[in-house]
Design a protein around this ligand. Structure first.
Ligand SMILES: Cc1cc2nc3c(=O)[nH]c(=O)nc-3n(C[C@H](O)[C@H](O)[C@H](O)COP(=O)(O)OP(=O)(O)OC[C@H]3O[C@@H](n4cnc5c(N)ncnc54)[C@H](O)[C@@H]3O)c2cc1C
Length: 382
């Protein structure tokens, strides 16, 4: 068992770390404050190949794996979570369903631009009336000749309304199974399709430089060929996508937790109180030691889940543990980092204020902490 990174992985980590420090850090606070999407940063991430990291070269990808994506997410989130979630959602929720379940035609049409970062895709599962209970989906799609007619709405969909959003994949009820349960399928809806409206951006607590919208479908017609994978496989598809996505969110949470350590050490060495740097006080040192312990153990949890996934072994429980633990400690670390910064921690000009605002959603998105506990308990046979 060896958790050390290979030379190639270390080089990727270094290059993303440099990019985050040199390109993201100086520009992101203004985007965050003005709630603007960082197109130029996204364009440069595309040029670096980050959107193609876990995909084979034949589709325009970088030929890496899901762990490489996680390493990149961790380093981005160490500096900023809006940029990290934009990449996470674009790859694991946007492009991945098309790569995993799409036809040759769908892959040829969409993957090259999604993997180069030239275009983004969203994944619409959550609805205004149902999130954790995805079986409660109300959006319906009815086959009319050679077209699907979609009616309903989706809530909180990341990357769904940028100028470069090319499509969203949406889950919809397409029928009833013999046992009376809903038949769920996934359908690709290109941006600009008549009957598909993107509502104005939400006003959010955090992730303010990322793009999130409610989507409305009103007799929205798309070709029958836009069905993603097999009809009726929608439930299985999103379970697979969310299992993987939890490892990516865990990596993002570890990045935020580590960023809190970075900023706290820097500040504790500079800030003077009672005649010396506050970092000289054991109370502050212990806080930072605990923060580092949590970031380190959460990192091991996501490394383990990713290793199992890449080995083709069951990883559902480990992914849920990694996501649950990493998001919990990200919130802990953000709270402690703010505390170490005193009043300045409450000022938006300090990165820890952003970390604090960005941490809470990690316990909610891609399955709440309660849902992770349900998954773990179920996997333990309860
Ligand atoms: C900024 C942002 C971006 C997002 N991006 C996307 C996206 O790109 N695509 C997408 O599809 N969704 C997205 N989401 C939605 C997100 O995944 C959901 O908000 C999340 O899954 C929770 O669903 P909900 O909000 O409906 O909460 P609910 O499911 O209504 O849950 C409310 C509370 O009840 C608890 N609860 C529910 N059921 C149980 C139970 N059985 N036992 C115990 N407790 C329970 C929950 O844990 C939670 O605490 C995003 C959300 C946000 C805020």
């Amino acid at each position: 068992m060896d958790f050390r990174l290979s030379e190639e992985q270390e080089a990727l980590r270094e290059s993303v770390r440099d990019f985050a420090r040199e390109v993201v850090a100086p520009a992101i606070a203004e985007h965050y404050e003005k709630h603007t999407f960082p197109y130029e940063i996204v364009r440069q991430m595309g040029k670096m190949g980050l959107f193609g990291l876990p995909f084979p070269e034949e589709h325009g990808g970088m030929g890496g794996d899901y762990f490489a994506l996680c390493l990149a997410l961790e380093e981005l989130a160490r500096v900023d979570s809006s940029v990290a979630i934009t990449l996470e959602a674009a790859v694991s929720l946007g492009a991945m369903p098309i790569y995993r379940f799409g036809t040759d035609e769908q892959q040829a049409r969409w993957l090259p631009k999604l993997l180069s970062g030239e275009a983004l895709a969203g994944f619409g599962l959550t609805e205004p009336g149902t999130g954790s209970d995805a079986g409660g989906t109300q959006t319906r799609a009815v086959l009319d000749g050679d077209e699907w007619v979609i009616n309903g709405s989706k809530a909180f969909i990341t990357n769904s309304g940028t100028d470069i959003t090319a499509l969203v994949t949406v889950t919809a009820v397409t029928g009833t199974r013999p046992d009376g349960s809903k038949e769920l399928s996934t359908i690709i809806v290109p941006s600009g399709t008549p009957g598909f409206t993107v509502a104005p951006a939400y006003s959010k607590v955090g992730w303010n430089a990322s793009d999130t919208h409610e989507l409305i479908f009103d007799d929205c017609r798309v070709p029958a060929a836009n069905l993603l994978g097999e009809r009726g496989r929608g439930f299985a598809q999103f379970l697979r996508i969310l299992d993987e996505g939890r490892i990516a969110i865990a990596a993002l949470a570890v990045g935020l937790a580590q960023g809190c350590v970075d900023e706290s050490i820097k500040y504790a060495k500079e800030r003077q109180a009672f005649g010396q740097p506050i970092g000289n006080y054991q109370a502050i040192q212990f806080k930072i030691a605990d923060m580092e312990m949590k970031a380190h153990t959460a990192r091991l949890a996501y490394y383990d889940a990713a290793a199992r996934m890449l080995a083709g072994e069951p990883f559902k429980r480990q992914a849920a543990i990694a996501k649950l633990y990493a998001s919990t400690i990200a919130v802990d670390n953000a709270r402690e980092a703010t505390q170490i910064h005193g009043g300045y921690g409450f000022m938006n000009e300090y990165p820890v204020a952003r970390f604090w605002r960005d941490s809470k959603i990690l316990e909610i998105g891609e399955g709440t902490s309660e849902v992770q506990r349900m998954i773990i308990a179920r996997d333990l046979g309860m």
